[in-house]
Write a protein that binds this ligand. Structure first.
Ligand SMILES: Nc1ncnc2c1ncn2[C@@H]1O[C@H](COP(=O)(O)OP(=O)(O)OP(=O)(O)O)[C@@H](O)[C@H]1O
Ligand SMILES: [Mg+2]
Length: 640
């Protein structure tokens, strides 16, 4: 794999990992969070639905009570009851029966024995005081209504159709595979018993009117509840909501229909609901398997007037529509995740290409530069930071070229300078050596002549001039000898600051320099250098005297020291006339001077340059005409 592929591969893997991890986490949080919230919401709704269902159930019970009460309060009752005209009694009960759509309607004596049975007038005399509705009405002598269980035999006394409706075959469901197939015979009713009073004899109770509706296989209440709560909402052709009445744990009335379209009566409630609602007599709300599907359900016990839990009222909504929505949301989310991942990958390919292309160019360019081709450039400017990087690298390459050239020039200059110095030095040494002896002789003779008697004043003056000029010649020759001196340095570790301070003390005492301000900026704790103190002082003298001479009107001469990159730097800076650009190349040449004849020899800088070179150092100049000049000497630090 080349580097581009490697980078691309790493970027892609990292990118995909980030996208996948974030998306999956987001997906799970959203899915579970949202479905949890939705299910909770539905459960709350179903719990509220159960309250409404209980109210509907109670209303139906109360309606029977109200109907019977209305009749009992309106009528005066013949005493004894047996004396009631059969035709009149039949008319009355028939009207009540029709108004209340009752399944049972009987006239009872004050002990709970049937005096007249509207459905089956031939059947009478049986005692139904054990019926919890009747029992409580007898006991409390007032109207009592509620739900009750009516035995198979009692139903038989009413009519055969009641027995048929009550008889339910217990059917298996997916949740109840107990295999029991027994017939459920008893019926569950809602009804009321109201006392009948003798209006003439101080409202004495002479009997009871008992009416009830059989709930088994009756759809009235459950359908009303379903209609009230779920308004025929459906999902895939099936009702979403359902309401059911159980006698015990057997469905006797339900809005749920089976596959054949018949009501799903005769099936059992799940064991957990049975235990919680019938045995512990508590309300229960959770998801439950009902008949053929999962529902979110709520169940409440149905109590008889003696407060025994005899059945259950349950409502629920199918879970499937919500599960379907959750599944749909999951698929949509998955689609979005896949889509964003693909889009991100495409963007990644484009982005890496735009990023990697300049990087490739930069690597190629730097390879060329390393191989010696300094003309190589990146030569592209993409937008943004990458463009800035390319620009910076190209600028860096330009700077390298400039440095290279400057370095080459400096080297050429230094080599030339050294060669020049060497040849001039050799020549100067020869000439100086040859001239020095005759000059010494001349001076001695002039000295002797000066002390001769009888010389005219004019002759004395001429002799004085000769003596001075010869002295100057000898100085020049000594300078030349000094310049050419090969290895007469006495090297030892020196504190450069000390050398400078000694020299400055001497310089400050010169009265002619009173217009010049001297500044010293000497760094502390500088390392020592190996050098000859006298020679270095001579360099300082040459440079500082040059500086003073460049400031005839006065100015600032500042000498500073510092350490840089393990080298010691001495700077001598003046605010004088500066050096013309065309002279800069020549100032280190021996005998180059801009001073008038007889003033300067032009050897100061070349001698100083020679001394610094012998110390292993360098000397550089920077000057701005009219502003000033700075000479910088760099000396190696003494080792150890
Ligand atoms: N600080 C300076 N400011 C301006 N010009 C300078 C400075 N230092 C040197 N120069 C120029 O460089 C020339 C050469 O200087 P150098 O010290 O070698 O000789 P000189 O001063 O002319 O004579 P000598 O030092 O022998 O008396 C000077 O004549 C002067 O033109
Ligand atoms: Mg000089």
């Amino acid at each position: 794999m080349n580097w581009k592929r490697r980078v691309w591969f790493r970027l892609s893997v990292g990118f995909i990992a980030i996208i996948l991890v974030t998306n999956v986490v987001l997906f799970l949080i959203t899915l579970f969070g949202v479905s949890e919230i939705v299910i909770e919401e539905v459960q709350t709704r179903v719990r509220m639905d159960l309250n409404s269902a209980c109210k509907v159930f109670k209303k139906h019970v109360d309606d029977i009570g109200l109907l019977l009460q209305a009749t009992s309060a309106r009528r005066s009752v013949p005493v004894p009851l047996e004396s009631w005209d059969r035709e009149d009694l039949h008319r009355l009960l028939r009207s009540i029966w029709q108004a209340g759509e009752l399944d049972m309607l009987s006239l009872l004596d004050k002990d709970g024995r049937v005096v007249y049975r509207e459905h089956n007038p031939g059947q009478m005399g049986d005692d139904i005081s054990h019926n919890p509705i009747v029992a409580r009405a007898l006991r409390e002598k007032k109207c009592v209504q509620g739900a009750a269980v009516v035995t198979y035999e009692e139903l038989g006394r009413e009519c055969a159709d009641m027995v048929r409706r009550a008889s339910l075959e217990i059917k298996p469901t997916k949740a109840d595979q107990s295999g029991e197939r027994k017939i459920h015979h008893d019926g569950m009713v809602i009804g009321a018993a109201v006392p009948l009073v003798d209006l003439r004899r101080d409202r004495e109770i002479v009997g009871f009117l008992y009416g009830a509706k059989l709930l088994n296989q009756s759809c009235e209440i459950v359908d009303e509840i379903k209609e009230d709560l779920y308004q025929d909402e459906s999902y895939q052709g099936m009702d979403i909501g359902a309401a059911t009445i159980f006698h015990g744990d057997v469905r006797v009335s339900t809005s749920i229909t089976g596959e054949d379209g018949s009501r799903a009566v005769g099936t059992r409630v799940s064991t957990v609901v049975h235990e919680k609602v019938l045995e512990m007599e508590k309300t229960w709300a959770d998801r439950a398997f009902v008949v053929d599907d999962w529902y979110i359900t709520a169940y409440a016990p149905i109590r008889d007037p003696e407060d025994r839990a005899i059945g259950i009222l349950g409502v629920g909504v199918r879970e499937e529509p919500f599960v379907h929505n959750r599944r749909l949301a999951a698929w949509i989310f998955l689609g979005v995740v896949t889509f964003t991942t693909v889009i991100s990958l495409v963007l990644l390919v484009l982005a890496t290409r735009t990023v990697l292309r300049p990087i490739g160019r930069i690597i190629k360019m730097s390879d060329k530069v390393v191989a010696g081709d300094l003309s190589a450039r990146v030569n592209m400017r993409p937008r943004g930071e990458m463009g800035l990087l390319c620009l910076a690298i190209d600028q860096m390459a330009d700077a390298v070229v400039q440095r290279e050239e400057a370095l080459a020039q400096a080297t050429r200059r230094q080599v030339g300078q050294s060669e020049k110095l060497a040849s001039v030095g050799r020549m100067a040494a020869g000439i100086a050596h040859e001239i020095n002896n005759p000059l010494t002789g001349l001076l001695t003779l002039e000295h002797l002549l000066k002390s001769e008697e009888g010389l005219s004043d004019k002759g004395k003056d001429y002799l004085e001039i000769m003596y001075n000029e010869t002295s100057r010649m000898r100085e020049i020759v000594l300078g030349l000898l000094n310049f050419a001196r090969e290895s007469s340095l006495e090297m030892k570790p020196l504190d450069v600051n000390e050398v400078i301070q000694q020299w400055l003390k001497l310089l400050r005492s010169q009265k002619e320099l009173k217009d010049i301000t001297m500044e010293e900026k000497l760094a502390e704790g500088l390392p020592r250098v190996n050098g000859d103190a006298n020679q270095l002082q001579q360099v300082l003298a040459n440079l500082s005297l040059n500086a003073c001479e460049a400031m005839p009107e006065g100015g600032i001469l500042s000498i500073s020291t510092s350490e840089e990159d393990g080298k010691l730097l001495i700077s001598i800076e003046d605010t004088g006339v500066g050096i013309k650009e065309e002279h800069l190349e020549m100032i280190f040449d021996p005998f180059f001077t801009t001073k008038p004849v007889g003033k300067g020899t032009g050897l100061g800088l070349s001698v100083s340059y020679g001394i610094v070179r012998k110390h292993g150092g360098t000397m550089e100049v920077e000057s701005q005409e009219g502003e000033g000049t700075t000479f910088t000497i760099t000396l190696p630090v003494a080792s150890g």
